[in-house]
Design a protein around this ligand. Sequence first.
Ligand SMILES: C[S@@+](CC[C@H](N)C(=O)[O-])C[C@H]1O[C@@H](n2cnc3c(N)ncnc32)[C@H](O)[C@@H]1O
Length: 251
Amino acid sequence: MPISPDSIERQSATNTLLFNAMVAVEEVRVTQDKLGSFPATLYQRIKPDALSLTHQAYETMAVVYDREAARFWRRFPLGFIENYRNHLPPNGRVLNVGSGPGWDSKLLSLTGLEVICLDACVSMTRLTSERGFTTVQGDFRRLPFSRGVFDGAWAYTSLIHVPKTEFVQTLAEIGETLVSGGILGMGMLRGSSEHFSTSYGMGNPRFIAYYTKPELMNALIFAGFEVVHYEKMQRVGTKSGRYHNIIARRV
Ligand SMILES: C[S@@+](CC[C@H](N)C(=O)[O-])C[C@H]1O[C@@H](n2cnc3c(N)ncnc32)[C@H](O)[C@@H]1O
């Protein structure tokens, strides 16, 4: 039955709440349909839903993202992976936090590490399972593991999707799953803002947070890590692909 504001006024407060919730859902749907033609200010209004929109974007573009990630990791500087690996025990157990289609897991496992994949998106977890990795579907802001069960965590351009207000807490949550002295490998995007961006010209808004180096260093310290390696990386053939590559130890 259609609901109009007039009829809502005559109904109970509970119904008013219900109506507001329905409007909010509709607003998110419309925004997705019209991606790119809305100003950033509208996206700010739906910020609380940043993660569900982002997850939906990955579900929708899983095939394209898989291809794009394969291209990215084929060109990735292996020195950073080796450096990360050298901080870990042989055959160390690593949680790939926001593992996507698993190309970075593949590289890590080639160095002898045991990699467990975790991602929020079903299509991504399907890909990593098919590629032979033990895989868990879950939200890295509330990890479904006991404390101190991993030697390392790897989070390459996955924590870029966390709103800045939740970043330190998410890092601390990851830290909880590590043994004392456990090692975090992380890739983040350089910049300072946070906003929605379209994906590969296909719509599919993803919420992305960009960081300055001092912002990242402070967040890691607050979350209980010490940085043992930092490097800047520029993606080959692009102007926009500017990364922070970081290795940090849980203290
Ligand atoms: C940019 S991709 C990176 C994937 C992979 N690390 C790589 O570099 O190829 C980000 C991944 O993080 C996942 N993700 C985003 N937010 C998440 C959350 N709250 N919990 C778990 N996974 C999440 C997305 O589904 C996506 O697969």
